[in-house]
Design a protein around this ligand. Structure first.
Ligand SMILES: NC(=O)c1ccc[n+]([C@@H]2O[C@H](COP(=O)([O-])OP(=O)(O)OC[C@H]3O[C@@H](n4cnc5c(N)ncnc54)[C@H](OP(=O)(O)O)[C@@H]3O)[C@@H](O)[C@H]2O)c1
Length: 344
């Protein structure tokens, strides 16, 4: 079997660490593995499959001889180092939003639009985490009944911000237990002008505010969903909210269809869709929750019911581990699909 020289940029972060674990779990055909981060983490030793591996500070030369470069260090870092990776002949799979909407960059969820990989020119973008979780459920229903309009509200875990946010929420719990005042340091984001406590709170502000009073996260859900489903006519509106959950994003999704579709039909379609687990038995109090999906690969769908206010509509409750399927797992699946199709 052919093996590959792999580099992980952002290896010390929430997504990077998970990605390395997934590469090992899935026995990805690695010839060599390079862990890259900033000067802050250079020299740090990470244990990879029982072996110590030293994290290196990224530089343009880091990509010499690399076949596959997984970028998970943020948009500005991707913009800075993607050209160096291409110059060295590496294929970049990027987790940031830097290139996702570029026409020549496939934006891929392998179960949904893996064929788009055929057009890649050296860079493939991994979608926004909330978008990936939503399209996993929406794509099979769109194929069956044609989606006209989607109203989505998200309940996003703090780990979506990164490793520092996980530590900060734990710190806030300790402050509460110690009877101290809860400090506000990471939320809604490390760069936001004002900060708020996350414990016992919800914050309807993810990424920066943009046109129309929507956040960039909300616009990502609109534009990326249309790009992945190859259909700009789908109307989508989103409200994205940070909640004090450590891991796994939840989404309330209201969908209006062109053609009739019943909850029973939707349940059957989703039961047969790859990467989806239907968990929907209200009588047994069975519905998806972050504590059930965390650490797993599947996107769970439940609370499937008719929206009686429109001719053909459904309400869904969709939950998935955003660090895995929303980021690291989807990235590895893209690489596996490239290998399967002989595109790397
Ligand atoms: N967390 C999620 O659920 C999620 C989901 C989907 C997509 N993403 C995307 O994935 C990327 C990583 O997110 P994360 O949550 O893993 O963030 P994180 O925990 O904050 O990790 C950031 C990583 O990037 C590295 N880094 C930061 N600045 C750097 C620089 N100037 N040069 C080199 N490396 C640098 C950090 O290294 P140091 O240790 O040296 O600081 C760290 O390894 C982001 O683009 C994010 O939008 C995240």
């Amino acid at each position: 079997m052919k093996t590959y020289n792999v580099a992980v940029l952002g290896a010390t972060g929430a997504v990077g660490q998970e990605l390395v674990d997934i590469l090992l779990e899935r026995q990805f055909p690695i010839k060599s593995l390079k862990l890259l981060a900033s000067a802050r983490s250079a020299g740090r030793v990470m244990e990879i499959g029982g072996e110590p591996l030293v994290v290196e500070e990224v530089s343009p030369e880091s990509f010499a001889g690399v076949d596959l470069a997984f970028f998970m260090a943020g948009g500005s870092v991707s913009q800075q180092f993607a050209p160096a990776a291409w110059d060295h002949g590496a294929i970049v799979i990027d987790n940031s939003s830097a290139f996702r909407l570029d026409d020549d960059v496939p934006l891929v969820v392998p179960e949904v639009n893996g064929d788009d990989l055929e057009k890649h020119q050296g860079l493939i973008a991994n979608p926004n985490c909330s978008t990936t979780i939503a399209v996993m459920a929406l794509a099979p229903l769109h194929a069956a009944a044609g989606i006209k309009r989607v109203v989505v509200s998200t309940y996003q875990a703090v780990s979506g911000i990164g490793a520092a946010a996980i530590d900060d929420l734990k710190h806030q719990v300790a402050q509460y237990q110690g009877g101290e005042e809860i400090t506000a340091k990471t939320f809604p984001s490390p760069s936001a002008a004002k900060k708020y406590p996350m414990l016992f709170n919800l914050i309807p502000h993810i990424d920066v505010f943009e046109e129309g009073g929507y956040t960039k996260e909300e616009w990502k859900m609109v534009r990326e969903t249309q790009k992945i489903l190859h259909d700009d006519s789908i109307k989508i509106t989103a409200t994205t909210v940070r909640v004090p959950v450590m891991r796994s994003h939840s989404e309330s999704i209201n969908v209006e269809f062109d053609n009739p579709i019943t909850p029973a039909e939707a349940r059957k379609i989703l039961e047969n869709a790859p990467g989806i687990k239907v968990y929907d038995d209200p009588a047994e109090q069975e519905y998806p929750m972050p504590i059930l999906t965390t650490g797993g690969d599947l996107v769970w769908v439940g609370r499937i019911r008719e929206d009686f206010t429109v001719p053909s509509g459904l309400n869904l409750w969709v939950v998935g581990d955003q660090i895995r399927k929303g980021a690291a797992l989807n990235t590895v699946q893209i690489a596996e699909e490239l290998i399967k199709r002989g595109l790397v």
